[in-house]
Design a protein around this ligand. Structure first.
Ligand code: FAD
Ligand code: NAD
Ligand code: ISD
Length: 452
């Protein structure tokens, strides 16, 4: 500590920012975007002591998608340090020693409760102030709770959600404690589908409940969803659609026992997993930064409405050049790329370098059971064209869907694609080729993507 303080004193005398609580570049949040931003800062040549990361979590940034997939597997489950960023995109694994080695201060277990942006100060729960020259906001989203919809009883034990590693550990514990028990999954979105599958693989009896006419309606067409719903049913998962939860009942131990539905049904439950959407965590910045579409409004290099303040990942609402629209994206690929672009811009500015604005092609994916899909582009248009084999009993189902708007392919979804096919559909979504004959497109299926 003495040595650090001497170093800090020297830096202070030189007019530089110094450890412990003042940083030239401060990243708020310790998730996916924060980790990729840190790597980019190092790549761009920051000096030791210039970058700090403040995170509410107790571990260095990790690849969040692992939590609803590898982490919940009954065998060979993924555990840290295996999936610290940046392994999810084939990069170096940044464990705690990497931050030390590169002079990045990782301030963990620290929740920021106040952000005074004009005075460039963040304040943590215990009253510590942190100063910044440039701030990068990377605090992502917070999961919605059933109580936000007026449902009573969600404080009971074993009513769980999945956002961070603490939540994932609770699910693992609950699966152990309620071996072969009954799980109810509320929500038919990304988390609901992935956690539902994981619970089933752990041999729980699983019922999924969601208000929509089909699962993942923000992306899936009725036809795509039909395949996954039939597949889930074939795995023994019960699906109850077009109704919602109105009440959760617990026993004298405060453990959840029953889920009451709007349609009058009652489900027995040992575990309830709630996956009913997430919202950007903008609360700290209300009245200080311009917001848009629920997120923090940024320009094409992720600068917010205030100088020296940037926002990346889930929380950013940025100009999506391709579609000439402000958008938010709640997926890992954008978290990584927005982080790298923002840092490139910040560091480029200091060196007088011109950095091109972000040009992002949406990319979403999921993996459940033996299935794996990818989607590129925009799920918009007057026509959708399904192709391939959608039989859930097939040995290796392989099918897809094109979205066509004004005669051009806007988006493409592919289940069961090979690496080459996934590469080809990505290219296709960038190029947005014209479609002459819809029938021909259906017959060609994914091979159309190789005709570019
Ligand atoms: P996050 O990674 O959520 O990081 C936010 C960080 O900020 C966290 O460390 C949090 O603790 C911290 N924080 C929040 N508030 C404060 C505060 N006040 N003070 C200090 N720290 C704070 N996307 C995909 O594309 N594919 C997938 O398969 C996939 N799987 C997912 C599985 C799960 C279970 C979840 C929850 C998300 C998944 N996503 C997936 C989405 C993807 O993980 C997110 O889009 C991505 O993590 C967003 O990165 P971020 O850095 O903006 O936010
Ligand atoms: P989501 O937006 O994907 O799904 C929300 C679902 O909640 C809806 O589909 C609907 O079925 C349901 N719902 C909404 N209101 C409800 C209510 N009152 N009662 C019951 N159900 C209701 O959100 P999520 O699944 O909770 O995921 C959280 C976040 O994590 C999202 O940002 C998501 O993008 C991300 N995530 C992504 C992946 C992936 O990309 N593969 C995987 C897991 C999580
Ligand atoms: O972030 C997302 C996501 O998961 C989608 O399916 O954006 C899309 C749509 O909601 C909008 O295209």
């Amino acid at each position: 500590v003495g040595e650090k303080m001497n170093e800090a004193k020297e830096l202070l005398e030189e007019g530089k920012y110094y450890f412990p609580n003042s940083f030239k570049y401060l990243i708020l949040g310790g998730g996916v975007a924060a980790g990729y931003a840190a790597r980019e800062f190092v790549k761009q040549g920051v000096k030791a002591g210039e970058v700090g990361i403040i995170s509410e979590e107790s571990v260095a940034p990790y690849e969040r998608p692992a939590l609803s997939k590898g982490y919940l597997l009954p065998k060979n489950a993924a555990r840290l340090p295996q999936f610290h960023v940046c392994v999810g995109s084939g990069g170096e694994r940044l464990d705690r020693s990497w931050y030390e080695k590169n002079g990045i201060e990782l301030i963990l277990n620290t929740k920021i409760v106040k952000a005074a942006l004009e005075s460039k100060t963040l304040t943590s729960e215990d009253g510590t102030n942190f100063k910044f020259g440039t701030l990068i906001i990377a605090i992502g989203s917070k999961g919605l709770k059933l109580r936000d919809f007026g449902v009573k009883g969600d404080e009971a034990k074993n009513v769980l959600c999945l956002r961070d590693i603490k939540d994932a550990d609770q699910i693992v514990e609950a699966m152990k404690a309620k071996k072969n028990g009954k799980a109810v999954v509320v929500g038919g979105g990304y988390n609901g589908l992935e956690v539902g599958a994981a619970l089933r693989l752990n041999n729980l009896s699983v019922t999924m409940v969601y208000p929509d006419p089909w699962c993942l309606p923000r992306l899936f067409t009725k036809e795509i969803a039909e395949f996954y719903e039939r597949y889930y049913t074939s795995k023994g998962i019960r699906i109850i659609k077009e109704t919602s939860v109105i009440n959760l009942e617990s026993d004298s131990n405060k453990e959840v026992k029953k889920v009451k539905l709007k349609n009058g049904r009652e489900l027995e439950a040992d575990i309830v997993i709630v996956g009913i959407g997430a919202r950007p965590a903008t609360g700290l910045f209300q009245g200080q930064l311009e917001l848009n579409k629920g997120g923090i409004k940024t320009d094409g290099l992720f600068k917010t409405s205030m100088n020296d303040v940037y926002a990346i990942g889930d929380i950013a609402c940025f100009p999506m050049k391709m579609y000439n629209e402000m958008r938010r994206v709640e997926h890992v690929d954008h978290a990584r790329k927005s982080a790298m672009k923002a840092v490139e811009g910040i560091m480029g500015k200091g060196k007088g370098k011109v950095v091109e604005e972000y040009d992002y092609l949406p990319y979403f994916y999921s993996r459940v059971f033996d299935l794996s899909w990818q989607f590129y582009g925009d799920n918009v248009g007057e026509t959708t064209v399904m192709f391939g084999d959608r039989n859930p009993a097939a040995k290796k189902p392989k099918f897809g869907c094109y979205w066509i708007k004004d005669g051009k392919v806007m988006g493409i979804f592919l289940e069961g694609g090979s690496a080459e096919e996934n590469k080809a559909i990505k290219e296709l979504a960038w190029v947005q080729p014209k479609v002459g004959d819809v029938k021909e497109l259906k017959d060609k299926g994914v091979s159309f993507a190789f005709e570019l």
